[in-house]
Write a protein that binds this ligand. Sequence first.
Ligand code: ZN
Length: 170
Amino acid sequence: MILPILIHPDPRLKKTCDAVADLSDDRLALAKDMLATMYDAPGVGLAAPQVGVLERLIVLDCVKDGDPEPLVMFNPEILASSDETNVYEEGCLSIPEQFAEVTRPKEVRVGWIDEKGNPQEKDFDGLWATCVQHEIDHLNGKLFIDYLGPMKRQMMTRKSQKLKRERARV
Ligand code: ZN
């Protein structure tokens, strides 16, 4: 099922999300729907608050060409970050059609619970590292535009608000 994606500004995108307490069938179904929604958008990552669920769940797949590598993370946590940084032009499915360069640690080690309930730990680099940090930020109510200066952030917020109004009218 394709879920509607919340568009910034929305109070639900500014909330700190709760940990997923147990992997019930409906939480696994939500993860599956989030993957379908992400691929449909199309995007490389999606966090539960973007579909209005304030729980710590993200999905991602940063493979551009080749076989998909869907990744579902419950309660993801950044365990370590490199001092070396990387700049990527980021976008967000909740801030459509807008992009800006964001500097983040180049490599991160992430721990999470997988769909089978098993703890996982992995190092991410490149686009995967940027994406996983961007999605975990969503769980803490943080958007990529929060890394930008106030002028740029306000401009992008206004544009997003306008687009949201236009879409609501259709
Ligand atoms: Zn996003």
